[in-house]
Design a protein. Sequence first.
Length: 255
Amino acid sequence: MNISSQKADTWIRCFHPSDAAVARLVCFPHAGGSATYYFPLSRATPPWLDVVAVQYPGRQDRRTEPCVEDLHELADRVFEAVRGWTDLPFALFGHSLGASLGFEVGMRLEKDGRPPLALFASGRRAPSRHRNERVHEQDDAGIIAELKRLAGTDTRMLGEEDVLRMILPSLRGDYKAAETYRGRPGDRLTAPITALTGTDDPQVTLEEANAWAGHTSSAFTLRTYPGGHFFLNHHSPAIIEEILAVLNGSVSPRP
């Protein structure tokens, strides 16, 4: 994928392109999140791993586009964008909503003959585990209260009316996609899955995280970290080490 193609890509952001890359990590943001959430991860990984992130409609430079409120529809559209970035061996990493989306995109890529090396499912229950959640039906105050509960957004932003006006539509749309999502019975990746979860995450129990084991016909690993829903903000070095360890077993990085 050349630089001009990167700049022209509506869906994919590549922050630190490297000619030494022998593998790629495709990252999917959380509800309300944007591709730039993964900028620090991209900066911290070695040159042999090319980190790219998906930019959903309805935020940042795509804020004038309507959000996609159905996760299966979003997966169909992201699949078409990601398949052009499979020229290198690749793995998928998603947090929260992004983990469910990563799984669905992975299923589509496998059916297209482009199997990922692995899926890293962070901060999200397995597709076969459902909760009766209705955050997307609440008023703006209710959504802001949920943000505070998860501590996933800098609370200083919550008092800035202009910022809230920009992010609330994408948050509501993403919450609807996440809360109405149901995995298709029997869907399993052939790629191994590593589930990552915070010990105090109100959104994911240990049982719900372990249930990812039923969604792969390959190896399954569960990693737990101290913290809540956004535990990865505080354990980035350990999580990067886990990613590199898994991918080192599948590719041969250049010295």
